[in-house]
Write a protein that binds this ligand. Structure first.
Ligand SMILES: Cc1cc2nc3c(=O)[nH]c(=O)nc-3n(C[C@H](O)[C@H](O)[C@H](O)COP(=O)(O)OP(=O)(O)OC[C@H]3O[C@@H](n4cnc5c(N)ncnc54)[C@H](O)[C@@H]3O)c2cc1C
Length: 521
């Protein structure tokens, strides 16, 4: 019996301490901490894990240098401590990376930046990330070839972390599953059944098998990011609007266009004084980001527009004038929504990145806001809240991680052991799926079996990063991956055809037609 069928059975038959709604990084953080405290926990997501904001971030594990400007020191300090914690806990997914912050026009600007970075180092406390260094004009130009050097006065080199956000989310989940948590993607919470101001069960729909499931748990946690208000509505909890999302778009270009060894932080040239960045990433891609605009449209379907792409290209053509970026250089785009707390303000960029935790009913906890970097401490605060309210006492166990030091450790941590097992059973699965994307068949099986990929989109966008890099539709590659998944999931040809059609629509959002037709004006 597959893990999914076992989990569906357990979901409908057992009572849980905690049910977490939402399988983004916030839900993953609560799950991780709940399992560490020995609770019996189930997590459901209406789509794939990390299919919301948690696969559409800038992929930085950082304190947030720019929040210093708004004096959000507590937020920065918490995130810096988390940065260190994540480096130690998930070293295969969180890696230190150097950032360069150029300074223009006056030495005052450079001094101000240096004071800011000294404070950043101080707030970080004891850490494995190196401290900042001041750079001369020539050093900035050497590190960031092509950077605009007009009025350049020097810069600052500092270190933050780089990650793969979707994999971080899913790996945390897979480790919790190894320690007994029940996880279900494609299970949507539709209705809340209440009695005496207590939620006693959740009515859910399994979008894979089409069946209805009733879930029972002592405490319900809403970790639905931009869908927080939607959950409050479904639970008929007449709360005020809690969320005010902003849209963030990233543009992907070949890594040959921008610095490969550093993140370059540049000011947007449009007068809005925003910080933008070039982030070298997987498969020889560089991510340019990001926009930050108010969003009131459909939160289930967010896409990049021509206007978003124009903004990014214009910004980087001014910061790197020699690169002369054209629209046909663009490999792809992706768009996400920041789950920011509603404060009624109209300045998206300066809106707080803080989070809040609150109760409705006797047993329903909500968490909203925050950032990727802070997910473990957000999870810990939720568990402390729950333990305080219900006088529950967890056991404080450390999640058993198999000790594994084999060849897959660098990319998969202790989960690499599972790939080794697949290779023992099927030595031929050491073959790569293509010459361009160096994933082995064994990894595709692992992503399906252990990291719970159910659909082609899950595999190509969130377990691997092929969707981003595949500028032109490659049906042979897509079919070969669908075949490996179909064998592993026990699915047939019809499933494969439906999946390929569905995936094409998803891929098209990352590679919209307008990129091919209208060059930068
Ligand atoms: C452009 C951009 C750049 C960013 N860059 C960074 C960065 O570099 N570093 C950083 O630290 N942070 C960054 N962030 C912030 C960070 O990405 C988010 O704070 C974080 O991913 C939010 O995670 P979440 O779990 O709260 O929400 P989500 O990831 O959106 O998860 C919510 C989940 O709830 C599920 N759900 C909704 N309704 C239901 C239902 N009825 N039943 C079941 N499931 C449901 C959804 O399917 C979804 O998967 C960035 C954000 C954006 C948009």
């Amino acid at each position: 019996m597959s893990n999914r069928i076992i989990n569906i059975d357990r979901a409908s038959q057992e009572d849980f301490d905690l049910c977490i709604i939402g399988g983004g990084i916030t839900g993953a953080g609560i799950l991780h901490q709940a399992v560490e405290r020995g609770y019996k926990v189930i997590l459901v997501d209406k789509g794939d894990f990390a299919s919301g904001t948690s696969s559409r971030s800038s992929k930085m594990i950082h304190g947030g240098v720019r929040y210093l400007k708004y004096l959000q020191l507590q937020l920065v300090q918490e995130a810096l401590h988390e940065r260190q914690h994540l480096l130690q806990t998930f070293p295969h997914l969180v890696k230190p990376f150097p950032f360069v912050l150029p300074s223009y026009h006056s030495s005052i600007d450079l001094w101000t930046k240096e004071i800011g970075l000294s404070l950043y180092d101080r707030l970080a406390g004891k850490t494995d990330f190196s401290k900042h260094k001041r750079l001369s004009t020539q050093q900035v130009v050497d590190k960031l070839p092509g950077i605009n050097d007009k009025n350049l006065k020097g810069g600052i080199l500092y270190w933050d972390g780089r990650t793969n956000d979707a994999r971080l989310t899913v790996d945390v989940m897979a480790l919790a599953a190894q320690n007994g948590a029940v996880l279900l993607n494609y299970v949507e919470v539709l209705k809340f059944e209440k009695d005496n101001n207590t939620i006693h069960s959740l009515i859910c729909k399994d979008h894979i098998a089409g069946q209805s499931i009733q879930l029972k748990a002592k405490v319900i946690v809403n970790a639905c990011g931009v869908w927080t208000d939607d959950i409050l509505e479904r639970a008929q909890l007449n709360e005020e609007k809690q969320m005010q999302a902003t849209k963030g778009v990233h543009v992907i270009v070949p890594s040959s266009k921008f610095p490969k060894d550093y993140v370059a932080i540049v000011d947007s040239p449009t007068g809005d004084k925003r910080m933008l960045y070039t982030l070298p990433w997987e498969h020889n891609m560089t991510i340019l980001g990001a926009t930050d605009t108010e969003y009131t449209d459909n939160i289930d379907h967010v896409v990049a527009t021509q206007e978003d792409v124009d903004y990014i290209l214009q910004a980087f053509n001014e910061s790197f004038p020699k690169v002369k970026l054209q629209q046909n250089d663009v490999i792809g785009v992706f768009a996400g929504l920041r789950p920011l707390l509603h404060d009624g303000s109209h300045n998206a960029y300066s809106r707080s990145r803080e989070y809040k935790i609150w109760w409705t009913c006797k047993n329903s906890l909500h968490i909203a806001g925050g950032k990727l970097t802070s997910f473990l401490s957000m999870g810990q605060h939720c568990i402390e809240e729950i333990e305080k309210k219900f006088q529950m006492n967890g056991r404080s166990i450390s999640q058993a991680q198999k000790s594994y030091n084999g060849e897959w450790k660098e990319n998969y941590g202790t989960l690499g052991d599972e790939i080794e097992q697949i290779l023992i059973d099927r030595p031929e699965s050491r073959a790569f799926i293509s010459e361009k994307y160096l994933y082995t068949i064994a990894e595709i099986v692992f992503f399906t079996r252990i990291l719970m990929a159910r659909q082609l989109e899950d595999m190509l966008t969130r377990r691997t990063t092929i969707t981003y890099a595949m500028k032109d539709w490659d049906i042979a590659l897509v079919k070969s991956i669908a075949l490996i998944m179909a064998e592993e999931l026990g699915e047939n040809d019809e499933w494969m055809s439906t999946q390929i059609e569905k995936y094409y629509l998803h891929w098209s959002e990352y590679h919209p037609e307008f990129l091919k037709t209208s060059p930068l004006k």
